[in-house]
Design a protein around this ligand. Structure first.
Ligand SMILES: C[S@@+](CC[C@H](N)C(=O)[O-])C[C@H]1O[C@@H](n2cnc3c(N)ncnc32)[C@H](O)[C@@H]1O
Length: 253
């Protein structure tokens, strides 16, 4: 059963060097890497961006995180990097939810919710989300490597608009997102591979990704190659196939 249908959470885990992928996941992930060899590096760049953005937000005093499309706990996860913060992981995938639940058993500051980011009202009004996140205070919403799995042109921006209206001033939205800007033919091959396996992938241009930030004003270096966002080393090479990362803020505090 597990090997019949590739699954994006397990494929991402495989690209990151995890061990939860089945044969079908590995087959498609390997085909993706053959079509676009930069993909595993883009996955690592996106994950490293998560670490830097969480630490940056903690330094800014943020103590609440809503992690949308959280994925499997392959690496150090948000709650481990934001020690002492309230963290809610959200994912549509039951397996990702299960593994995250197991990884946070006994931690009173962290919970895991199964929900669809395409229904932001359901996420924001979910009982567990409201129990853990005080929306009267600033919160960081993380949407890393998830909106490229939402195919509809308008849907991600509609979702972040609802989030903007719901969160307190001083809240943040971090997004990382795959793009076809730098390598359109390779990106098209990957999109076709996903489609042939019943999965959707929607790389977006830099300007399309910018619109997903809605009214959250981009801060810091703006929307840049994920490994150029407050890099750990002065001049890391950008991921050639294009993987953007950025942080936006709701003004008012
Ligand atoms: C590529 S992984 C990214 C994981 C993690 N955010 C990271 O950056 O390492 C994408 C995750 O988004 C989840 N996902 C895809 N579509 C979703 C949706 N509509 N609602 C919630 N989660 C979704 C998948 O199940 C998967 O776990």
């Amino acid at each position: 059963m597990r090997d019949e249908q590739p699954n994006v959470a397990r494929m991402w885990d495989y690209h990151l060097g995890g061990d939860r992928a089945g044969a079908a996941d590995r087959r498609l992930a390997d085909a993706v890497t053959a079509a676009c060899p930069e993909v595993p590096r883009a996955a690592r760049a996106s994950r490293a961006f998560l670490g830097r953005v969480v630490r940056h937000l903690v330094d800014l005093g943020v103590r609440q995180f809503l992690d949308l499309g959280a994925g499997l706990p392959t690496d150090r996860n948000t709650h481990e990097m934001a020690g002492g913060s309230r963290v809610v992981y959200v994912d549509i995938d039951p397996l990702a939810v299960l593994h995250n639940r197991i990884s946070v058993v006994g931690n009173p500051d962290v919970t895991v919710v199964q929900a669809d980011v395409r229904d932001p009202e359901l996420v924001l009004r979910h009982r567990d989300v409201r129990h853990y996140i005080d929306f009267e205070r600033p919160v960081a919403v993380l949407a890393l490597a998830v909106y490229h799995l939402v195919p509809d042109a308008e849907e991600p921006a509609a979702g972040t608009a609802a989030i903007y209206d719901h969160v307190a001033p001083g809240s943040y939205l971090a997004i990382s997102h795959g793009s076809a800007d730098q390598a359109p033919e390779r990106a098209a091959r990957v999109t076709d591979l996903y489609a042939a396996n019943g999965l959707t992938l929607r790389p977006r241009s830099r300007s399309e990704i910018t619109t997903i930030f809605d009214r959250f004003g981009l801060v810091g270096p703006g929307l840049v190659a994920a490994d150029r966002w407050h890099p750990a080393t002065p001049s890391p090479p950008a991921v050639p196939a294009g993987w953007y990362g950025g942080l936006g803020r709701k003004a008012g505090l």
